[in-house]
Design a protein around this ligand. Structure first.
Ligand code: NDP
Ligand code: 8X3
Length: 256
């Protein structure tokens, strides 16, 4: 891509660009000369991103659960950001680690609204533009979509939706040239655990210490790789884990 040629420049929209994976993805692509639309609620974080990269980053601060706000932000895109080549559905969160029988229903609802409903809506909204560009959709799912763990309940189920929705999109978009990839990471050191625990920095530090977690830059490099594959190649699902994380299976509650 020749960044001096405006026709050549490709555009990526990434949700959840104010921290973690999303911020690293925005930086990775902007640094390589792409136009980047960076979305999240925290406008001051997005402004810092725009200050770093100037005119190649357009920021859109809105709550992705708010359908009208999402539509208004996309309708208000400047002309040069309107043709979108890559949509990265990254905004999402886990709230709480309580087993289902003790879980907070409002937290469940927020995860469903963000990880499922908002992701589906923005995707539907942008599909005509992505089809026009023979674009790419990268959905950030999780290993929690496939492997259950105690306290993962609704979070894991929302990510199972993300993975299955990705496969469904592949099927519906057959013949359009649009590619769809579900990326399914394991433990990654971002603000994810801080959010999940309601701001417990010690819990977050303790979880990641000595675990060699995935970094936001690892994930950004992965999205970069997927986005730069030749057009005839589609990565359907990509599961990533830190080497130090692995799977442990079943449990048995024995009779007393
Ligand atoms: P972070 O908490 O660092 O980033 C989450 C991003 O989502 C923030 O930019 C946040 O922005 C945005 N977001 C959350 N809620 C909303 C909302 N209502 N409206 C708009 N934006 C929102 O976590 P990660 O970078 O780790 O998470 C990114 C994705 O990766 C998530 O979907 C997560 O489930 C997934 N994931 C994370 C893993 C990990 O271990 N870290 C592993 C597997 C998957 P703001 O608060 O400014 O709105
Ligand atoms: C985040 C990964 O294993 O903490 O999606 O649920 S995990």
């Amino acid at each position: 891509m020749d960044p001096t040629n405006d026709e050549d420049t490709r555009t990526l929209l990434v949700t959840g660009a104010s921290s973690g994976f999303g911020a690293a993805i925005a930086r990775r692509f902007a640094a390589a000369g792409w136009r980047v639309i960076a979305c999240a609620r925290r406008a001051e974080r997005l402004a810092a991103l725009a200050a770093e990269f100037g005119e190649s980053v357009h920021i859109a601060a809105f709550d992705i659960r708010d359908h009208a706000a999402m539509q208004a932000a996309l309708a208000g895109l400047p002309e040069r950001f309107r043709a979108i080549d890559v949509l990265v559905n990254n905004a999402g969160l886990a709230l709480g680690t309580a087993p289902a029988q003790h879980a907070d229903l409002d937290q469940w609802q927020q995860m469903i609204d963000t990880n499922i409903s908002a992701l589906a809506r923005i995707t539907r909204h942008l599909l005509p533009r992505l089809i026009e560009r023979r674009g790419l959709i990268v959905n950030i799912s999780s290993v929690a979509a496939t492997y259950p763990y105690t306290g993962g309940n609704v979070y894991g189920a929302t990510k199972a939706f993300v993975t299955q929705f990705s496969l469904g999109l592949r099927s519906d978009l057959h013949g359009t040239g649009v590619r769809v990839t579900s990326i399914e990471p394991g433990m990654a050191a971002t603000e994810f655990t801080l959010v999940r625990t309601g701001g417990d920095q010690t819990a977050s530090d303790t979880l990641y210490r000595g675990a060699g977690p995935i970094t936001a830059e690892d994930l950004a490099d992965t999205v970069w790789w997927v986005a730069n594959l030749p057009p005839h190649l589609n990565v359907n699902r990509l599961e990533l884990m830190p080497t130090r994380q692995s799977l442990a299976g079943f449990q048995i509650a024995r009779e007393a």
